[in-house]
Design a protein around this ligand. Structure first.
Ligand SMILES: [Zn+2]
Length: 628
């Protein structure tokens, strides 16, 4: 629907450009619309030229380029702005004064202004903006300044000087040969892919879905992707009993090099995954897709108050990412289970891995899920990512989502679950245009659907950093957590990935083999065992055995690449596994089925649920906080 017909655009490229300008000048008097014209004439140089046509208004107009977008990281996109000029509608130059790193002021603009600037864009990934001879993928907040006094007015976007044969895909509605948005926030929540992509579409649950793939034709199977998307979208909309859109778009890039990540938007998602991973691990694509799709509710519509209004000039501090991100990962698992894309064993194995990841980080006893959310802005820093310094709100949040599900089920005798918590928030916040009060808002929903006081859960495990008594939560579904001790490979370093950047080395064991081989903190890891580092790297490292030779290609601080090789050592390591209790009762089995498959519990199960011994209350509750 948003595709510009190829032949039409080619024939009218130059004429259209002139016409847009004339139109926007004459439109000054009647319309308060801000018009952006984005020229993609220099793909080899990765240079984008932007023209902002401002309607008449105040004499002094400030233009602000966001310092962050989507990723909770300050990235200062203004570093890429080469120059800024302005004229009045008649072409007479207007004074432009730079006020701050990311803010410019135009003088004498009462009659309107035409602001031109050039910006460099060569950052691949769903979180970036990139123009090159192959394509353009744009997160518009990274290239478009907004008028500080008109962020909420309607906007139009025109794309200009597209390379021969390029088409456009974006969730923005088409308008006047370009696109429109009701305000800047909506505009920049709509990614744009421009190039020679492949497209497919399908209907599911009454909605229309478009699938845009930019990758080598032999690297993926569109039919297989669409088949998985049918299952994921059906499962998620059924779980939420809601479909708050008519059309939704999936943007996929499958590069041959390092890649991995997804970015959620209200009406779309953009996902990058390494081409080998797409071929070899369809579950990886399904997982990230289910996660990003579920975000259309959780975070885009069921939204914490602390993320609104978006402050593009500095951090929005929030304690809610354990829920907005972590519980989205919980839902990702549930959606895949119910779609038949994960079975019980795979799901429980995954929970074991998540528990292992949390328990192995000493910081799980010093940093709470809320504090980890608040510190999201530090995730770009290697020291912060050390296991003794921080936990991940994805990791602990996902586990808290599972524990909250079990706690609500137990407190409500199987009458409510995490599903009802999210549906309650969807009805009482999202549908009413309200934002929720971070953890207190989640607690409000959980208590409303369970009719129980769940303060102990939020105090101890969300705001607090106490050890989570896993067995007490899992007992009602006949499971427990087992500790296993193994001798495992020790590569001699810790690395983590920083979303749009390559994996980087955060710590090197002093005196270890990695250090002797020359690995340094801050090295970017480009390849592991000859394969590009990316989404799969953690699994690749976890498959090593003591004595194996590890080969890394890294790039150091001075951009010098080197290849390092060493023999990995071994160390004792505790791992956790979620496993059956010695005796699983029929009631526990039935509750487990209800939990994992969404089947209703029978009356017999509910009565068994009250039987002492099969359903002991969760410990660590403060005295007097008995379940109602
Ligand atoms: Zn997410």
């Amino acid at each position: 629907m948003n595709l510009l017909p190829r032949a039409v655009r080619r024939a009218t490229r130059v004429a259209l450009c002139a016409a847009i300008f004339a139109l926007s000048v004459t439109a000054f008097a009647q319309s308060a619309t801000v018009v952006y014209t984005v020229s993609l004439a220099s793909p080899e140089q990765h240079l984008i030229e932007v023209r902002i046509t401002l309607p008449e208004g105040a004499a002094q107009r400030d233009l602000q380029l966001p310092v962050w977008n989507a990723l909770y990281q300050i990235r200062d996109f203004a570093q890429y702005v080469n120059w800024v000029h302005a004229t009045d509608p008649a072409g007479k130059p207007l004074p432009v004064r730079k006020l701050e790193t990311s803010r410019w002021q135009i003088q004498n603009a009462q009659g309107g202004a035409v602001v031109d600037y050039q910006i460099y864009a060569d950052s691949p990934s769903p979180f970036g903006a990139q123009l090159n001879p192959h394509h353009a993928f744009l997160n518009l907040a990274e290239i478009l300044m907004y008028p500080a006094d008109a962020r909420s007015t309607p906007l139009r976007l025109h794309l200009d000087h597209l390379s021969e044969g390029w088409r456009v895909a974006t969730p923005l509605p088409a308008s006047d040969g370009g696109f429109s948005a009701e305000n800047y926030d909506r505009l920049v929540d709509s990614p744009v892919e421009i190039g020679n992509f492949q497209e497919s579409d399908f209907e599911e649950a009454g909605g229309h879905f478009r699938v845009i793939v930019d990758a080598e034709a032999g690297d993926y199977d569109m039919e297989r992707i669409v088949a998985a998307l049918h299952k994921i979208t059906a499962s998620a909309t059924a779980w939420m009993n809601d479909r708050p859109f008519d059309t939704y778009m999936f943007f996929y890039h499958f590069p041959r090099g390092p890649a991995g990540g997804g970015m959620e938007h209200a009406y779309s998602t953009a996902i990058d995954l390494n081409a080998d991973v797409v071929k070899q691990r369809p579950d990886a694509l399904a997982g990230v897709t289910a996660h990003e799709f579920f975000h259309l509710w959780n975070v885009k519509r069921i939204r914490p108050q602390t993320l609104e209004p978006i402050d593009y000039t500095r951090e929005n501090y929030t304690r809610a990412l354990w829920f907005s991100e972590g519980v989205t990962s919980t839902a990702e698992g549930i959606i895949q289970l119910r779609a038949g894309l994960l079975d019980e064993k795979q799901y429980l194995d995954r929970l074991g891995e998540e528990i292992t990841e949390l328990e192995r980080r000493p910081a799980h006893l010093t940093q709470s899920a809320e504090e980890s959310s608040l510190d999201a802005w530090l995730e770009g820093d290697a020291y912060y990512r050390r296991p003794e310094r921080s936990i991940s709100y994805y990791n602990k949040g996902e586990l808290l989502g599972v524990m909250l599900d079990l706690a609500v089920r137990e407190a409500s005798h199987g009458q409510a679950s995490l599903r009802e918590v999210l549906q309650w928030m969807n009805t009482n916040y999202a549908k009413k245009g309200r934002f929720f009060a971070d953890s207190a808002g989640v607690r409000e929903a959980a208590e409303a659907v369970s009719h129980a006081d769940l303060g102990w859960f939020f105090t101890s495990y969300v705001a607090g950093s106490g050890e989570v008594p896993w067995d007490d939560f899992f007992r009602s579904v006949g499971l427990r957590v087992e500790q296993l001790s193994n001798t495992v490979a020790d590569p001699g370093f810790m690395a983590s990935r920083n979303f749009d950047a390559p994996m980087s080395v955060g710590a090197v064991t002093p005196g270890g083999e990695a250090e002797r081989a020359g690995l340094q903190v801050g090295d970017a890891i480009l390849e592991i065992q000859g394969k590009p580092a990316g989404q799969e790297s953690r699994q690749q490292l976890s498959r090593l055995n003591p004595g194996d030779v590890l080969t890394l290609r890294v790039r150091g601080r001075r951009a010098v690449e080197r290849e390092l090789k060493w023999k990995v050592g071994g160390r004792q390591e505790i791992a956790y596994e979620v496993t059956d209790l010695d005796q699983v009762t029929a009631a526990q089995r039935s509750r487990r089925t209800a939990w994992l498959k969404g089947e209703a519990q029978t009356a017999a199960d509910s009565s068994a649920a009250d039987h002492p011994g099969t359903n002991q209350p969760i410990t660590n509750q403060p005295a007097g906080a008995a379940l109602k």
